[in-house]
Design a protein around this ligand. Sequence first.
Ligand SMILES: [Zn+2]
Length: 108
Amino acid sequence: MSGMYIYAGGKRYKFRYVDPEDEFNNEAHGECDQPGPNREVRVSDKITGDLLLDTCIHEYTHLWFPWLDEDVVEEFATDMTRYLLKVIHAKKLAQPNAHQNCAQQADA
Ligand SMILES: [Zn+2]
């Protein structure tokens, strides 16, 4: 997949999904360049779901708060992921008719 641009704090960054074996020299699922011109975010194209969300929040946090230490970013992103998944899932459960349209389409 070719790159795209994302925006964080009013700045534009290049974002690419990459093959981690080609791009990362460790077990990382994502990385972003140090602050500077042409700063880029790269995320593994092999991950999905909760891990993908965690990784995207993680790299985005680096863009917004470049002074934070890695372990703080790690903990924040995982915490944020858990929070978002919980509250969004709870809202879906609280709306029993959320899939009403799906059922109607299936019956049609
Ligand atoms: Zn990091």
